[in-house]
Design a protein around this ligand. Structure first.
Ligand code: NAD
Length: 352
């Protein structure tokens, strides 16, 4: 065993109804006027948070958008300044938390996150901003939320399919964390437990979207998986999803859901311990096949052609994925990578 483990500072408040603690969390970071961030879709949830904040609420800004266009970040910063906000409370998924991070990056305004999906952005120092159609990402400790409130009741309204693909997206962070070059035993414990919790909760919420225990399991799993994403490097799976998503404008969580079993099968010969831990977490005999079976059982998209990708685009996707080399437990080679993409496009079972 040989590792370096640097933990990011984090404060987590978890439990059904915990959104009511938002005022205490604002005070705990020494702030008095919170600007609430949300998308137009989540204005009602933001209003609930405003009610809990009372006079500590400076206003609601519902300008969060997918991929954080730079214009939306500039506008939000101006709103925060005009309202003399001394912190921001981001209520929503990765896009809204991303807007909070973009504000924090320029102004050092502290952020409190109230995540309502399983994407995990609230636990990472990674930010993304889109300028002239190009998304650039970076890492900065200033964007890490000072406090995170996980309230499973806020996920009741997340549509079932979106919940399930978001859960598979979270599992992807933990699965790649298990073979990360800079991995460590603490992250591996979190990763395995995160996968277990999501694999246990998701089949229940498919039929009972308001089952508080299932929603709690999934959000707890999402926290663990997001923590892994924030602490260790990702590899083939995340790079492929980034390439496919950026080149063909594909939905984020669905792309992760489809690609995951295939990317893991590719890496399986080089990462047997990680695959054993994934298999154990989901109660299957094989990790990649078990995740494919789980996705099929959940009824989520299994094939890139379901997302509108043309078979003729696969060669280009393969070339782009090979263009910028990066670390991966197994060497990335054109032919097996193209075969992986073909299986992901068809939605057939994964093969190592
Ligand atoms: P999202 O934030 O884009 O949300 C999708 C839609 O669902 C939005 O309209 C949102 O308002 C709505 N929604 C979210 N939660 C809801 C709820 N509980 N009830 C009803 N509607 C709800 O989706 P996402 O998958 O959470 O985030 C994806 C984005 O986050 C991507 O841009 C991705 O790159 C980024 N991301 C960043 C990191 C990071 O570490 N920086 C990590 C993961 C994801």
């Amino acid at each position: 065993m040989d590792f370096t483990y640097t933990a990011l500072p984090s404060r987590i408040v978890f439990g059904p109804g915990k959104r009511a603690c938002v005022g205490a969390e604002v005070e705990a970071i020494g702030a008095h006027r919170a600007l609430i961030l949300c998308t137009p879709d989540q204005r009602e949830q933001a209003q609930q948070i405003a009610n809990f904040l009372g006079k500590r609420c400076a206003g609601i800004h519902d300008g969060a958008q997918m991929h954080v266009p730079i214009e939306s970040a500039r506008t939000a910063r101006e709103v925060a300044r005009d309202l003399q906000a001394d912190c921001a409370v981001a209520v929503g998924g990765g896009s809204t938390i991303g807007l909070g991070k973009a504000i924090a990056l320029e102004s050092s305004l502290p952020i409190i996150a109230i995540p309502t999906t399983y994407a995990g952005s609230e636990m990472t120092p990674v930010y993304g901003i889109t300028k002239n159609g190009l998304k650039t990402t970076g890492k900065d400790a200033r964007v890490v939320p000072r406090s995170v409130i996980y309230d499973p009741e806020l996920t009741y309204t997340l549509p079932v399919e979106m919940s399930l693909v978001s859960g598979m997206n979270a599992i992807a962070h933990a699965a790649e964390g298990l073979y990360a070059r800079d991995g460590n035993p603490v992250m591996s414990l979190m990763a395995e437990e995160g996968i277990r919790a999501l694999a246990q909760g998701m089949p229940v919420l498919r039929t009972e979207p308001k089952d508080v225990e299932a929603r709690s399991q999934c959000l707890y799993g999402a926290w663990l998986c997001g923590t892994v994403l924030g602490h260790v490097g990702m590899a083939l799976h995340h790079k492929l999803c980034h390439t496919l998503g950026g080149s063909f404008n594909l939905p984020h969580a669905q792309t992760h859901t489809i690609v995951l079993p295939h990317a893991l099968a590719y890496n399986s010969p080089a990462a047997p311990d990680a695959m054993a831990r994934i298999a154990r977490a989901i109660g299957a005999s094989d990790g990649p096949q078990g995740l494919y079976d789980l996705a099929r059982q959940l009824g989520v998209p299994l094939a890139l052609h379901d997302l509108g990708v043309e078979e003729a685009d696969l060669d280009r996707a393969c070339e782009i994925a090979l263009a910028n080399p990066y670390w991966n437990p197994r060497t990335i080679e054109a032919q097996p990578l193209r075969a992986l993409l073909q299986r992901a496009w068809e939605g057939t079972a994964p093969k190592s």
